[in-house]
Design a protein around this ligand. Structure first.
Ligand code: 13P
Length: 334
């Protein structure tokens, strides 16, 4: 087993999980604004510091995915670079390396992810300067009835995920490949399962075609769920059964771990669904590690408690730890 295979296992072993703190400045500002918090670089710095300098998070987190803006930020009252702070408490720093999405020219309702240009150099620089251990690339797949996603969108996004993964491994880092199948839409859980299965199968083929070492690759996935606008709320048991069915069809056992995004589920829903998946995964004795890699579902309680005010930081950190405790217990099915 290579060193990076070992890192991929470490990152995905529950009860710990990976905190996705890698929103672009634009998305981070949008998030802050939605909580009535002032936006801009200073508030984004405060927000990151609040989360990343919370004492005790190392009991729940194996890694944190950072945005480039945060890689260069200092934490803990401006005393230490954020990646150094994380490493000092045994948490691996990772870096999101895609550069967002744009509409596909062949199918303008669908998105393709940018960022391959100059990627190798960026990866080597991140590793050399910040000691990053892993990376993330997010592709976005839209479901619209039986029409979308198009085969072109699935194949092109899978190809880019594989090219990125190859570059990340060549730079000595673990790639997280994230084809996020969006929850938005009116589709059924069955359609969600069908699309997630097809997308993951296509990504796995592309990884093989591009000579990616699957034993050193982490898959980040949505759970299978009825679309948000379908007005159907699936039970955790339904989510678990369909999600694992999709993975068992599509993901070979040489992938060490699959981590989940929360995708706009509320925090309790994301926690309950993860618990049901972990329970069923134990019963089925699935071959991969499974754990969380949430952004929104880990931050919501804390952002509400913080409200952008310095005096609320201790309460926000308490809320963050309380949510981490619940999600990490759910990752082992309790
Ligand atoms: P959410 O948990 O908010 O979906 O974010 C996870 C993520 O990394 C999306 O790319």
């Amino acid at each position: 087993m290579t060193d990076i295979s070992e890192t991929a296992r470490t990152l995905t072993t529950p009860p710990k999980g990976v905190f996705a703190a890698d929103e672009s400045p634009k998305s981070a500002d949008k998030r802050l604004a939605s909580y009535g918090i002032k936006t801009g670089i200073e508030m984004r710095y405060k927000e990151r510091d609040m989360f990343l300098s919370t004492p005790g998070i190392e009991a729940y987190l194996s890694g944190v995915i950072l945005h480039e803006e945060t890689l260069n930020q200092t934490c803990a009252l401006e005393t230490v670079p954020c990646p150094t702070l994380l490493l000092s408490s045994g948490i691996l720093p990772g870096i999101k390396v895609d550069q967002g999405t744009e509409p596909m020219s062949e199918s303008p309702k669908e998105l393709i992810t940018k960022g391959l240009l100059g990627l190798s150099k960026r990866l080597h620089d991140y590793k050399a300067t910040h000691n990053t251990a892993f990376t993330k690339w997010r592709a976005v797949i839209t479901i619209e009835g039986n029409v979308l996603p198009s085969a072109t969108a699935i194949v092109e996004n899978a190809k880019r995920l594989a090219m990125y993964a190859r570059c990340a491994q060549e730079a000595g880092m673990v790639p997280i490949v994230e084809p996020e199948v969006l929850y938005t839409g009116t589709h059924s859980i069955f359609r969600s399962k069908e699309v997630i299965t097809e997308v993951l199968q296509t990504v796995m083929r592309a990884l093989d075609e591009h000579g990616v070492d699957k034993t050193a690759t982490i898959v980040k996935s949505s759970m299978t769920m009825s679309g948000k606008d379908s007005r159907r709320v699936d039970t955790p048991e339904e989510v678990a059964a369909h999600t694992l069915e999709a993975f068992l069809h599509a993901v070979p056992q040489d992938i060490p771990g699959i981590i989940f995004l929360s995708g706009g589920q509320d925090d309790d829903q994301a926690t309950d669904n993860l618990r049901a998946i972990a329970k069923l995964a134990k019963e089925k004795n699935v071959p991969w590690n499974l754990t969380f890699s949430y952004s929104r579902a880990l931050q919501d309680d804390a952002l509400k408690a913080w409200g952008g005010k310095d005096e609320n930081v201790p309460a926000a950190r308490e809320a963050f730890l309380a949510r981490l405790t619940k999600v990490s217990a759910a990752a082992v099915g309790t």
